[in-house]
Write a protein that binds this ligand. Structure first.
Ligand SMILES: [Zn+2]
Length: 442
């Protein structure tokens, strides 16, 4: 069979899951697939790809051989997506007071095809269909998603049980959408790469693999996103795609059909998305031009993080507590995600006061525990040693604040009239350091 040639087209963007109305019927896809594999298509004359490619890219790759992907869907509704929201950590001001909570507007509509955050999606490759080189390239570029979305791909050899089943049958490249792969009783291939070999340029591996794995995460074609406003010159689009033997129906489904606003949840239309097809100039009535996208756009990355969020990054909050007694000043430093998530580590350290003297003597900070007791192991003694206390987060009594006490006049251990209750800002996994910087007025 003569190698078939398609005109360039890159895909695009990312947005969300697919709605029923634009789902591609399997049978139709099969037809298209057949057409793709059997027909030899001449490069359309109307395309001038080099104009769209940077000189650097042009040197490394001939884009006249770029192919189109047509994507499949199996009409399976996996049900509501279980999405995970990480709690926002409230801000502490420099006095140790909780800042008023800012409610961040989250994207609301979750689409059913998306995976739960933190999913481990298993991927297997059909044996003996391609080289190790190609398989490794697919793995490499699939993992690009792991940098921007909190999911991971686990490459396994167990074809039967893998979520995503990847084949390398010559022809089209396509993928099922997101969690549709969970309903695959006949163990069908769910993703295909139809034109990779050892001579495929890296940029083409990147473009196509990221795009198809974007579908596997539930992202749709950007040019079909609800927000896409493309003023197609309809007849010209039909004529253009007729060159690769697409019927008007194929074009309607793969180009013109829009996902409904309610079934998808996307950023504003992003024509630089990796999920956007490339279209040559002349197909819109307003002479819109499209870039040839070969990598995740900045909006792709941003939106992937919104849909598949990562836990809050480790940060630090700091300030100084004033107890109101004797000009006491206690610096606090909260570090996040630094110890196992079900514990908090507290420590009390000596500071150096304004006169240059190390603050020691007896000091104590108490942690309120459920049942009314208090952990009082956190003490600063004359030896000036730091004391550390690690407490299970779930035995802390959040209705009470931490208590502060010190040796006062004549060494009498005295509770200070100050408590610190900011438990919302002290989740499990954090370390709270107290540095008693001053313990008397001048
Ligand atoms: Zn696609």
């Amino acid at each position: 069979m003569k190698k078939f040639i398609f005109f360039p087209l890159s895909l695009l963007l990312l947005s969300t899951a697919i709605s029923g109305q634009v789902r591609i019927k399997k049978d139709n896809n099969r037809d298209i697939q057949k057409k793709e594999t059997k027909k030899t298509v001449q490069p359309p004359v109307m395309i001038e790809e080099p104009l769209l490619i940077s000189p650097t890219l042009k040197k490394t790759y001939d884009f006249s051989n770029v192919k189109i992907c047509i994507d499949k869907s199996n009409n399976y509704d996996p049900g509501p997506r279980l999405s995970k929201a990480y709690p926002e950590i409230p801000k502490l001001n420099s006095n140790g007071q909780l800042e008023p909570q800012v409610i961040r507007q989250k994207l609301t509509a979750e689409t059913n095809k998306m995976w739960p955050t933190e999913s481990v999606i298993t991927v297997a490759f059909a044996p003996n269909q391609t080289t190790n080189f190609v398989v490794n390239k697919v793995k490499q570029y699939a993992r690009e998603w792991e940098k921007v979305a909190n999911v991971s791909f686990s490459f396994i050899t167990d074809w039967k049980n893998a979520h995503v089943k990847v084949s390398f049958i010559k022809g089209g490249s396509w993928s099922w959408m997101g969690r549709e792969v969970l309903n695959n009783p006949q163990g069908q291939t769910t993703m295909n790469f139809g034109w990779f070999d050892d001579n495929t340029p890296d940029i083409e591996f990147r473009r196509v693999v990221i795009h198809e794995f974007g579908h596997a995460l539930g992202f749709i074609h950007e040019h079909q996103a609800a927000g896409a406003r493309i003023n197609w010159d309809v007849e010209k689009v039909y004529a253009y795609f007729a060159q690769i033997n697409w019927s008007r129906d194929d074009v309607n489904r793969n180009i013109f059909a829009k996902y409904s606003q309610t079934s998808t949840n996307g950023s504003s239309y992003d024509k630089t998305s990796i999920m956007h097809y490339f279209f040559p100039e002349g197909l819109t009535i307003d002479n819109n031009s499209f870039s040839f996208n070969t990598d995740l756009s900045s909006l792709d990355k941003l939106y992937a993080k919104e849909i598949y969020p990562f836990p809050p990054r480790p940060t630090t909050q700091t300030g100084v507590l004033s107890t109101g007694d004797d000009c006491d000043a206690i610096k606090f430093i909260v570090e996040y995600n630094v110890i196992p998530g079900n514990f908090i580590e507290f420590s009390l350290e000596p500071g150096v006061d304004n006169s240059g003297k190390v603050v020691t003597w007896w000091k104590q900070i108490g942690i309120p525990l459920l049942g009314g007791a208090e952990n009082r192991d956190m003490q600063l003694l004359a030896d000036g040693k730091t004391t550390k206390v690690t407490i299970s987060r779930n035995i802390i009594d959040e209705t009470r604040g931490m208590s502060f006490a010190k040796a006062k006049f004549l060494g009498v251990h005295t509770g200070l009239g100050f408590t610190w209750k900011v438990w919302e800002a002290l989740p499990g996994g954090c370390r709270v350091r107290f540095i008693w910087q001053n313990d008397h007025c001048y």
